[in-house]
Design a protein around this ligand. Structure first.
Ligand SMILES: C[S@@+](CC[C@H](N)C(=O)[O-])C[C@H]1O[C@@H](n2cnc3c(N)ncnc32)[C@H](O)[C@@H]1O
Length: 316
């Protein structure tokens, strides 16, 4: 099931390929999964497939994106039909058609148009100019996901999440104020600085100090949580390491070789961090739900290495 998880669109920063690794560190049972930075909800999709919970709260500051998730999950046929019609309009000049749809979207923020733009733009990467207008260019080599594939993808996601989600478009701090002790929270904020500062209101990263403050509050509340935050590409670190006084367990997951490095003939791999809240790492140790019995023996860090499709763990 996990190998063929359905997805909506290619979304830059999606955790789809990492989901099976990340989920190993989730509690065995919890009432509801809360994703304050849901994006395309890859982790909720995987969690629903694993049947750990049947209740989800999907939040993302990007309102058209959340509206798109809601439509796709709750009314899959309606959005798939709309996509088919829009996709068929491309005819001979598909680039001009993309720009037309883009300017319409920038006037009305219609999530249905957003689906087409995301499926058709370069690298599924959401970019806005300083006035907040979506300004990503079309991928000139392709015409976007074929309508029948899109319909299948949407139906797959919908079958896992229909009727199980709450959808909001709030700042993550408001979500964290409202979560309950019996919720489990997975956070995947945008990396700081990855896209430059002026690039977009959604991708320019959240304020580090505010984030740390929100995590301190969450620790006091006693909610279990996990965060994907910083990482490394070769020797280069991206994102700032979260402070020790939060008492989080930091796990490194080797994601694989970066395609950019391979092109340049370098042997660089990408490593992403996953931080576990203190109560989560304690409960993992106590219940031994996974094999990583040495979680918590600081200052050692657990590194997960994926080799030839196999998954092994080692301390370093
Ligand atoms: C790295 S992406 C999440 C990707 C997601 N895990 C997936 O698999 O598709 C980060 C998301 O955070 C959202 N975001 C940025 N700032 C936010 C904020 N202050 N509150 C809530 N969401 C925010 C962005 O719109 C973006 O979709």
């Amino acid at each position: 099931m996990m190998a063929n998880l359905p997805h909506f669109i290619q979304y830059q920063g999606s955790k789809r390929n990492l989901a099976k690794h990340i989920l190993q560190f989730f509690p065995k049972n919890f009432n509801r999964l809360v994703e304050p930075f849901a994006g395309t909800a890859a982790i909720s999709i995987a969690t629903s497939a694993s049947q750990t919970t049947h209740s989800f709260w999907l939040n993302d500051l990007n309102k058209p994106l959340i509206e798109l998730l809601e439509l796709s999950i709750e009314k899959p046929d309606e959005i798939a039909n709309f996509y088919l019609e829009l996709w068929n309009e491309q005819h001979t000049n598909s680039v001009a058609h993309y720009f037309e749809v883009r300017s319409k979207f920038n006037q009305n923020n219609d999530p249905k148009l957003f689906l087409y733009l995301l499926a058709r733009c370069v690298k599924g990467s959401v970019r806005y100019n300083s006035e907040g207008f979506f300004n990503q260019s079309p991928d000139k080599r392709r015409k976007g996901t074929r309508p029948q594939t899109m319909r299948k993808n949407i139906a797959g996601v919908s079958s896992l999440l229909k009727g199980k989600c709450k959808f909001t478009s709030l700042d993550y701090r408001e979500v964290l104020e409202q979560v309950q002790e019996c919720d489990f929270i997975y956070m995947d904020p945008p990396y700081q600085g990855v896209c430059g500062n002026k690039d977009s209101r959604y991708l320019s990263g959240i304020n580090f100090d505010d984030f740390v403050l929100a995590l301190e509050k969450l620790n006091r509340k006693g909610c279990p949580f996990a965060i994907s935050y910083d990482g490394k590409l070769g020797d280069k670190a991206f994102g700032k390491i979260l402070p020790k006084n939060l008492n989080l367990e930091r796990i490194e997951i080797e994601v694989g070789r970066s395609s950019q490095s391979t092109l340049l003939g370098k042997e660089e791999t990408t490593i992403e961090s996953l931080y576990l809240s203190p109560n989560l790492s304690n409960s993992l140790m106590n219940t031994k739900i996974c094999d990583f019995s040495y979680i918590g023996k600081k200052p050692q860090q657990l590194t997960l290495l994926e080799k030839h499709g196999e998954f092994t763990a080692s301390t370093r």
